[in-house]
Design a protein around this ligand. Sequence first.
Ligand code: SF4
Length: 370
Amino acid sequence: MHNSLLGLQLPELALLVEEFGQPAYRARQLFEALYQQRVETPEEISTLPQDFRRSLSEKGISVGLPGIERKFVSRDGTVRYLVGCGDGQSVETVWMPEGDGGEAGDGSEAGNETEMAGRRWERATICVSSQVGCAVDCQFCLTALLGIKRNLTAGEIVGQVCVVLNDQDVSPPLERVNLVFMGMGEPFLNYENFMKAVHLLVDGVGIPESRMTVSTAGIVPHIYDLGAEAVRPKLAISLNASNDALRTSLMPINRKWNLEKLIAAAREFPLRNRERLTFEYVLLDEVNDSAQNARELVELIRGVRAKVNLIALNPGPGIVFRTPVQERVLQFQNILKAAGVPTFVRRPRGRDIYAACGQLKRTVELAPVA
Ligand code: SF4
């Protein structure tokens, strides 16, 4: 028998209610309570009879929501959560509201719950982790310095979204909430749990698949797997280099799946109507951000229905690369745009609290913010 309910799909909940001698329709009630109402304890599930709730508790069955261990609020409204997994491990989950424009926190640990309360936002993005640490070893990434600790379960992936939505007091419908699987870890190295979480987030929590994006460092076989899924997030590929020698030096995973294999998978990825693939490119000063790199990149991705997101490196302790000046970023962008590639410069979010891309987790251990 399972000890925590979060992460269970409807058929698994059906087995559980059967074990408790309950009628089959109770599984749907449990499912809705867990994922739509995002309850924290079985006792809160008012649709269930009292004795069933009591027997769940007596058997030691809990919802299994992860706990918020720490919370940092950035000046730009971004909130970085340190989410505890119950076994002493923790991951980071980031809330990024848009459309308010006002300054929020002071960059320190949140002193009270009301700091974000009452803030207006038009839409928000939650950046979700898929593993504790990461094995991929991208040279510009703080998470990589941790190494891999373990995969997250589907319940822990969904649980991050639930605790953040609860903390931000967001109620359904959730059409203004986007999810990006770009937190700690490589989602495609935890593919089954990641996909199970996607289904629970779509069917249970109520976030449309079209509002989800998964980013991979280039685990090619799973790019093909994702393309074959009936329900799937949009795909982003973390590219970061315009040729193999450069990419291998920045992302050792390129030895296993080089650019030829990666771009072939990108070309074959079955895009839906009006969907574009995203290539992410972290610009490292005088490493991968020259005009020549931009021209190579144009040739590399020619013919792929894609956009490019440029991210000027977010500096951090233990990372040897520098952030390019704005002129170099714009020069790079202009070359791509002139070649007809839709190219955007991503605004860094929560830099003051180390919530930005490639900065997750490590900072808590290396340089406590509060
Ligand atoms: S950038 Fe992503 S894939 Fe690469 S080491 Fe960091 S977390 Fe892992």
